[in-house]
Design a protein around this ligand. Structure first.
Ligand SMILES: Cc1cc2nc3c(=O)[nH]c(=O)nc-3n(C[C@H](O)[C@H](O)[C@H](O)COP(=O)(O)O)c2cc1C
Length: 374
């Protein structure tokens, strides 16, 4: 065993993280309407959790077509940039570090969420199955719905999308973020380009694995131009078993996830990406990530690797001691325990999370979880 601790600092992108406990990206659907604008309530939520070594915002759409769920925030309008600035200033005042998760849902959307009620855009015109979107049905009310049939992006439109990532990174910098994380997981746009199930293109963005990774590479290059590679992270969700549950959660599964994601990690390493975030399967009885994959990632990628998915202090400590990971995201546990690092460090009891108040609504189940009195 080693004496590595979750409470030791970590260097990431020229920043000094004060511990290895991270707030992973967590959609809460509480932005102000109309306009999907980050607000004071969100600033309070992130500030409450600023003792994390590292924080990533909820998924934040880079352009109007990138939205797949009502009330999620964006980073493409002036008002949104101003709203996020309040968040970053409040977090920085507490000595926290915060990256913005740049999100485009691609086909996982609905005409009612799209500009002029147009169909969502995707690498290929293949409808997402076994996954739901969330649409507004009235003021502060909404419902789950099936995603709409998407239209295939033309080659110039794909290039234009790369430029939208570039603009979003510029906005993230204006808003005061320390960096950006590219959401390339969970069956959304970048993942749709990577997977052969959702990408049947015949141009340079489809076909071979190299071609399917081209969009990811160009999006990385575009955001690196703004922040430098060290301040750009990438999130993947590689899945290794194809069960119904997984399809419900993601809407797609890779044919050969090991080969796909190890090759992608090598590419990101060459680009100088600052960290890799791996979202592990997180439902009850979900399969473990193969150890051979963790080892191959370590081999392929030299910067820090963050793991999330039902982590406990003991599991994080184990993965750290084995040398597989450097940073650990605690999702639902961090929502319910704003002072999570303090609680873990002192062995204090944890508040349970209330699943009913995760998405939408106001303060309840968002900023009213109690801090420990001990
Ligand atoms: C309410 C909720 C919202 C989430 N939103 C996002 C998101 O916006 N972007 C993302 O990459 N992952 C998202 N995730 C996945 C989490 O970042 C994390 O990987 C997952 O919750 C597993 O960690 P946990 O078991 O500690 O909660 C979300 C998960 C939950 C529960």
């Amino acid at each position: 065993m080693t004496d590595l601790s979750l409470f030791q600092p970590l260097a990431l992108g020229g920043l000094k993280l004060r511990n290895l406990i991270a707030l992973p990206p967590l959609t809460c659907s509480r932005s102000s309407q109309p306009g999907n604008v980050p607000n004071d309530l969100m600033a309070t939520y992130y500030t409450q959790r600023a003792t994390a070594g590292f924080m990533v915002t909820e998924g934040t759409q880079i352009e109007p077509r990138g939205q797949g769920y009502a009330w999620t925030p964006g980073i493409h309008s002036e008002a949104q940039v101003e709203g996020w600035r309040k968040v970053t200033e409040a977090v920085h005042a507490q000595g926290g570090v915060i990256f913005c998760q740049l999100w485009h849902v691609g086909r996982v959307s609905h005409t009612s969420l799209q500009p002029n009620n147009q169909p969502p855009v995707a690498p290929s015109a293949i409808r997402a199955s076994a996954v739901k979107v969330f649409i507004e049905t009235g003021p502060e009310t909404g419902a789950l719905a099936d995603p709409s049939e998407p239209v295939e992006l033309t080659t110039p439109q794909v290039r234009e999308l790369v430029e939208f990532y570039h603009l979003a990174a510029i906005n993230a910098k204006k808003a005061g973020f320390d960096g950006v994380e590219l959401h390339c997981a969970n069956g959304y746009l970048v993942n749709q380009f990577i997977s052969e199930h959702t990408n049947q293109r015949t141009d340079e963005y489809g076909g071979s694995l190299d071609n399917r990774l081209r969009f990811l590479r160009e999006v990385c290059e575009a955001t690196i131009r703004v922040f430098g590679g060290e301040r750009v992270g990438v999130r993947f969700a590689p899945l290794f078993e194809s069960t119904d549950e997984e399809r419900v959660y993601l809407g797609l599964v890779e044919q050969d996830p090991h080969q796909t994601y190890v090759q992608a990690a090598k590419m990101l390493d060459e680009l100088g990406i600052g960290y890799l975030s791996i979202a592990e399967a997180d439902w009850d009885n979900s399969p473990d990530l193969p150890v051979s994959f963790r080892e191959a990632l370590r081999e392929a990628f030299s910067a820090p690797i963050m793991y999330s998915g039902r982590y406990t202090e003991a599991k994080a400590q184990d993965i750290l001691a084995k040398g597989y990971g450097d940073l650990f995201g605690f999702g639902r546990t961090f929502i319910a325990n704003p002072d999570l690092p303090h609680r873990l460090r002192n062995g204090l009891a944890l508040n349970p999370v209330d699943a009913a108040t995760l998405y939408g609504g106001g303060e309840q189940g968002y900023v009213d979880y109690p801090f420990s009195k001990l």
